[in-house]
Structures are given as C-alpha cells and as structure tokens.
Design a protein around this ligand. Structure first.
Ligand code: SF4
Ligand code: SF4
Length: 132
C-alpha cells in the first residue's frame, strides 16, 4: 500500500540543500516550528491557498462558488478555519490568481518525480533532500 502525504513543492536542481545537485521535496506539517524556519508557509494549516494580489481583479467569482461560505480568500483566518481545498475557487478564477499550496501525493508519485533527475544525481554526487 502506498503512503500518502502533503507535498508543498518539489524543487529541482537544488544546490544549497546538501551535496551535488539535488531534488528537494518540501513536505507540509513540520511540527518543530523553529523561529528561524525559512518555510513557515509549509507548517500545517498556516497557508492553504495563495492568492496573487497583482492578478486578482476583485470579481469575487471565487467566493461565489465556495461551498464553505468563505467570503474573502485574502482573509487568512477564514481560509485556515474553513477551507477543505476542494479547488472550486481555483477553477473559477479567470485571472489564474489562486494556487493551492499543498498537494496530496503518494510515495510512488513522489518517487516518479524524483526519478526524472536521477542522471543529475549520478553525475554530481547529489541526491534527494526532504525538507519542511
Ligand atoms: S476569482 Fe480570481 S480575480 Fe476574482 S476575486 Fe477571486 S481571486 Fe480575484
Ligand atoms: S478551495 Fe474550496 S473550500 Fe477552499 S476557498 Fe476555494 S472553494 Fe472554498
């Protein structure tokens, strides 16, 4: 059985996260919450959706379809408390202003992505880093 987890992003060609050329898998939900953390956005429930203020034109099409009754995607409190990441607002936004911050992936799916960079690991002595 494949284990599932929430992946914030998979970053290719990382050169600052260990030896050689690496692929860094950023996972959601690190419980340590260090004060110096570079990625506090990946802590569970801190950020579920990112909305680009530059792209948003304030049409409210997104919230008009939200089944959770969220009235503003810029209201972090509402989004954190109610959003279940159904994705309806993302489909509705014609400005492409909304993106989901985490994606549920199986270990097999993550390995499939990592394998694409295998040649770089071999040639540089790199590998994979799992981070928060
Ligand atoms: S649908 Fe997109 S452009 Fe319209 S208010 Fe929502 S985020 Fe902004
Ligand atoms: S992802 Fe779904 S629940 Fe979350 S804000 Fe968008 S429409 Fe609402």
């Amino acid at each position: 059985m494949s284990v599932k987890g929430n992946v914030v992003r998979i970053q290719r060609f990382s050169v600052n996260d260990g030896d050689g050329i690496r692929t860094t898998v950023f996972l959601e939900g690190c419980p340590l919450k260090c004060r110096w953390c570079s990625n506090p956005d990946s802590w569970s429930g801190i950020v579920k959706l990112a909305v680009s203020k530059d792209r948003c034109v304030g049409c409210k099409r997104c919230v008009s379809v939200c089944p959770q009754g969220i009235t503003s995607l810029f209201d972090r409190k509402q989004v954190n408390e109610k959003c279940d990441l159904c994705g309806e607002c993302i489909k509705r936004c014609i400005q492409d202003a909304i993106s989901q911050m985490t994606k549920e992936m199986t270990t097999d799916e993550v390995i499939k992505e990592i394998e694409k960079d295998f040649i770089f690991f071999l040639s540089s002595g790199g590998g994979v880093t799992f981070s928060g």
